[in-house]
Design a protein around this ligand. Structure first.
Ligand SMILES: [Zn+2]
Length: 282
């Protein structure tokens, strides 16, 4: 059994929880400590038992001073790339994480956190505050079957290398940040719009649909991409309905219409998806 739930998605903060028989893992911690405390209480998750937090990059909607303090207070190990830790320490100070809680991921081997194997890859998302951004794949075995979750948020483009990494995911969270028409009509400074549109900014609804179709094509398992969450949906340049409609139409055109699509909300926890055999922890 492996479960996946998005607690918050968008520029106000990104955060998801993956749970298995043995492990509880967070992906991104872009909300404050009171949000984390409230959600963990409601979900019956003991923070001191959380096995790790995977952090994609150092923008404050993915990690911030308040969530860092929460993770540190409960001794939750933080997993990310060495360059991302460099950004975090520069942004939030050398004292923001105890040295023993820093767990640098290494591309030479897949990290095992209890019964979850964590693999990562570099996405395309950077600016003057962030030098690099990661995406993640989490796998676990249940009754001899492998289950896989993919997480790709904040990337200006999706290349063959990323498609190959995300092939055969049963559950995928991928950003669908903006609608091209809404972005071009917005009053944001042109410099900011240019960055969003660039190869190191964000994915549009159509970019996201194309990536989902390409991942589906590259997958061999019949239950690949059974559940896809469109995430990091912009409040100014998109709507959940528009994002779902655009991606659904594009996927139909690409012959990949049989995917359960969800739009992750900024303010509400997403539906929890459980795959494999249920256990008492769920
Ligand atoms: Zn970002």
């Amino acid at each position: 059994m492996i479960s996946f739930q998005i607690l918050s998605s968008g520029s106000n903060g990104n955060m998801a929880v993956v749970r298995t028989e043995q492990a509880d893992i967070l992906i991104d911690c872009g909300r404050n400590s009171s949000f984390m405390k409230k959600n963990f209480e409601e979900l019956n998750i003991d923070p001191s038992g959380i096995d790790g937090a995977l952090i994609t990059h150092a923008h404050t909607d993915h990690i911030n001073a308040s969530s860092l303090r929460f993770l540190d207070d409960f001794g939750i190990p933080i997993y990310s790339g060495s360059d991302i830790f460099g950004d975090i320490l520069e942004r939030f100070g050398e004292d923001s994480i105890q040295f023993e809680n820093i767990k640098v991921l290494d591309q030479r081997f897949v990290k095992k956190i209890k019964d979850i194997s964590v693999d990562f890859f570099y996405a395309y998302h950077s600016d003057e505050k962030v030098s690099a951004t990661l995406g993640f794949c989490l796998e676990c075995f249940d009754n001899g079957r492998k289950y896989k979750i993919g997480y790709l948020t904040d990337t200006g483009k999706v290349c063959k290398r990323i498609i190959a990494k995300l092939a055969d995911c049963n559950i995928l969270a991928i950003e669908a940040n903006y609608d091209e028409g809404m972005l071009s009509g917005s009053f944001r400074p042109q410099k900011n719009k240019d960055w969003i549109l660039s190869g190191c900014g964000h994915l549009s609804n159509t970019d996201s649909a194309k990536a989902i179709a390409d991942i589906k094509k590259s997958s061999s398992a019949s239950d690949s991409l059974k559940y896809v969450f469109l995430s990091h949906i912009s409040e100014e340049h998109n709507t959940p309905e528009l994002s779902l409609r655009t991606v659904r139409d594009e996927l139909k055109r690409a012959g990949a219409g049989n995917i359960n699509l969800f739009a992750a909300s900024r303010d509400m926890r997403s539906k929890k998806i459980i795959i494999g055999c249920r256990n008492t922890r769920q």
